[in-house]
Design a protein around this ligand. Structure first.
Ligand SMILES: NC(=O)c1ccc[n+]([C@@H]2O[C@H](COP(=O)([O-])OP(=O)(O)OC[C@H]3O[C@@H](n4cnc5c(N)ncnc54)[C@H](O)[C@@H]3O)[C@@H](O)[C@H]2O)c1
Ligand SMILES: [Zn+2]
Length: 357
């Protein structure tokens, strides 16, 4: 499956195929990438999957430490050091092989090294395959907040191999599925229904099912970012579930939830607001809640205070000039962005999803 995405930096392809990791070399040739290639990965991914990527380059792989806490400028500095040591020049490209943390960090190094060299994203988590590898946002965290330092650096190519997901821990896999459900709710009833119908096959990582849902998710993300790369309008819809979700992550110090799990709660909260406003049918909300429940239990929120979450929402990076844009579903497969959601409405929704009044 081949998707073609337009961006300010030119068009790029997303190649989605079971087993495509073994074909990266040929795909790089076809995309006309420069000769010198530097793989950036982390020890977790590289130990498991190095052999799948044999023959891409004769340069030594640049391995950076694994984990969100290493998604920072210090790690970017280590990538620069390795590139400089190897005399990487403008005719060099980075091949980022890993999850969203790796792709964002290596992508930012690529965006800034010599004012920008191409990056090829080879996402290895479900979240990265359906979300972070597409769209060109790259960056790192600052001690004061997540993703505060970044750039737009669209990939030269994205190679998605769902076979790589067979080794992904179940919790990570599930975390990515919440983002797939997000796409279903905001843009595609068929995708939503497909996930609901195919949960057992998905959890078994059935190749055909995975290729289908990953492709559909990438198609939706690509269509959105193509129309609104810089997030002035349509791209905001991708934040469905993320207002309350980010707040939950922040107030629990990023320790309790995988991002997708927090988005699971955030989608329920947004659905509650919309039902209370009369703009979303309660039976649609129930379908969403049922699917989320079927995915398995989420970390507890009963001890998280509504007031603290509201405070975190007020400080969200996405609040522009005091305006909070809230993505609300209007039916499964369609949504709207509204900017008049009140604190009281959010508080009521947070209480109804089980948070401490
Ligand atoms: N750029 C964007 O548009 C965008 C969008 C969404 C999220 N993000 C970012 O993505 C990051 C989260 O990414 P993530 O959820 O992929 O987490 P992650 O990158 O931390 O990966 C999760 C864990 O799985 C390991 N792993 C990766 N692939 C594996 C495989 N095939 N088998 C076994 N283990 C594997 C990783 O090494 C890591 O330990 C966050 O930093 C977030 O800000 C960026
Ligand atoms: Zn997300």
């Amino acid at each position: 499956m081949l998707l073609d995405v337009g961006s300010r930096g030119g068009r790029y392809a997303i190649h989605i195929e079971h087993g495509s990791a073994a074909r990266v070399s040929g795909l790089l040739e076809r995309a006309g990438l420069p000769g010198r290639r530097f793989i950036v990965s982390n020890p977790t991914v590289w130990r498991i999957h190095e052999t799948a990527f044999a023959g891409i380059t004769s340069e030594e792989a640049i391995l950076i430490p694994d984990g969100e806490r290493h998604k920072n400028m210090q790690t970017v500095g280590r990538i620069y050091d390795a590139l400089i040591r190897a005399h990487a020049d403008r005719a060099s490209a980075i091949i980022a092989i890993g999850g969203g943390v790796l792709g964002d960090t290596a992508g930012f190094a690529a965006a800034t090294y010599l004012r920008g060299i191409p990056v090829v994203q080879v996402p290895t988590t479900l979240l990265a395959q359906v979300d972070s590898a597409v769209g060109g946002k790259v960056g790192v965290n600052h001690a004061q907040g997540k993703n505060l330092i970044g750039a737009f650096h669209p990939p030269a190519l994205v190679v998605v191999d769902p076979a790589l997901l067979s080794t992904l821990p179940r919790r990570e896999f599930r975390a990515g599925l919440y983002e797939v459900i997000k796409y279903g709710v905001i843009a595609s009833r068929p995708l939503f229904d497909r996930v609901a119908a195919a949960l057992p096959a998905l959890f078994k990582r059935d190749p055909e099912t995975l290729v289908a849902i990953v492709t559909e998710s990438c198609r939706i993300k690509a269509a959105v970012v193509e129309q609104d790369e810089r997030e002035t309008g349509l791209r905001r819809t991708l934040n469905f579930g993320h207002t309350a979700g980010h707040a939950l992550e922040a107030v629990t110090k990023y320790r309790r939830f995988r991002h997708g799990e927090a988005v699971g709660y955030g989608m329920l909260a947004a659905a509650e607001i919309a039902v209370a406003r009369g703009t979303f049918a309660s039976k649609e909300r129930d379908a969403l809640a049922t699917l989320i429940a079927k995915m398995g239990p989420l970390p507890a929120v009963a001890d998280v205070k509504v007031a603290e979450a509201l405070e975190a929402i007020a400080h969200d990076k996405k609040v522009v000039a005091g305006q909070l844009h809230y993505v609300l579903p209007t039916s499964i497969g369609e949504c709207e962005v509204v900017s008049d959601v009140t604190k009281d409405e959010i508080a009521a929704a947070l209480r109804s999803i089980g948070m401490q009044p």
